[in-house]
Design a protein around this ligand. Sequence first.
Ligand code: PLP
Length: 456
Amino acid sequence: MSKIKKIVLNENEIPEKWYNIQPDMPNKPLPPLHPATKQPVGPDDLAPLFPMELIKQEVSQERWIEIPEEVREIYKMWRPTPMFRAYNLEKALDTPAKIYYKYEGVSPAGSHKPNTAVAQAYYNKAEGVKKITTETGAGQWGSALSFATQLFGIGLEVFMVKVSYNQKPYRKLLMNTWGADVYASPTDLTESGRKILEKDPDSPGSLGIAISEAIERAVSDETTKYSLGSVLNHVLMHQTIIGLEAIKQMEKAGDFPDVVIAPLGGGSNFAGIAFPFLRYKLTGNKDVRCIAVEPASCPKLTKGEFRYDFGDTAGLTPLLPMYTLGHNFVPEPIHAGGLRYHGASVLVSQLLKDKLVEAVALHQIECFEAGVQFAKTEGIIPAPESTHGIAAVVREALKAKEEGVSKTILFNLSGHGYFDMSAYQDYFDGKLIEHELTDEELHAALKELDTPKIED
Ligand SMILES: *Cc1c(COP(=O)(O)O)cnc(C)c1O
């Protein structure tokens, strides 16, 4: 019998609704608080930043939310994305485990991020927004939103974390090609940027700083809004199209995952693949382990504190109840730029606190090793972020071998690494450092927080 390697769906199998996990959560997420009053934020507080439809999605208790026809039409450019059975990797690992991966790198920007970028651009356009501001770390989000906003004729300003701006010139050019203006953050265009530069003219920047800059720009203009590529509930919901497609593909393969794995920066691709499967567990139908993988140098889920904190450095965002390393935390400039964020999504944080999902922190050298093994066996060169997921898959597959049990592992190959080859160069040259956040660094960053603690 010939083996099925690639499990595909056709265009009319693109899901018609996104999955909102909130109604199925046993403990609802705590409300975001206003940065000044410390009272729960209402829709009006968020209106200067986001279109009303996205604000409604943020707090919606509807389980299924219709994907607009125009968004589904654009999704057809690259969706449904393929799922593969990683036979060659299984063989190389000599494991009894079955390994499947969903490949999101086939999108124009090369990652899962256009799934929400297109949806967000659509809702902004529908409400008459002329320009959007945003931040980007590795450049994945900035390029996804550049692609999406130009399709809808909306302008875009991107504040790109300086260390990535210098490491990844091609990501910047991708954004320019799609018509966006890109600045190396911290900039002197904003109050938040100028404050940081005064203290440290050589600041490598951070996502937290770039978010402050983008928000400051957005609130200073009536027809400009702000957009976030991860963390928020509506962003995670848009990404559930990944898992909803994956469920149909696993059905076609006659299988169901025991373990679902994805890298975690803010939580969007992890939620995207995991939440639709987690629904089976929350409703008591099937057990499935969902594992989020973070870098050892930015371990908010495994070492951070569950408490209210800002999403940005300057304290302009609402306070979010999440696992955090502190909003002043500036992570080491490791290569997985998309995972260098001090906090995590509120939904993922609550689920982790309730022990419904798991988290693991890995060193970047182990991740690149796994990434190279994956490239050699399966062909695709993974994004540095995605290698974190792969390394966790390798661990699970080797554990299955040790225990002599078969299990089915599904992971999200969140993006390709074709614009990240300098990171591979550093790995081959032995220049990657084995950095792990120390307890002193951790406590220093958390000690500065004066935001409300959450009692158990
Ligand atoms: C941005 C990014 C991530 C991490 O962000 P999440 O919001 O946690 O998904 C992971 N992989 C790739 C390829 C990315 O671009």
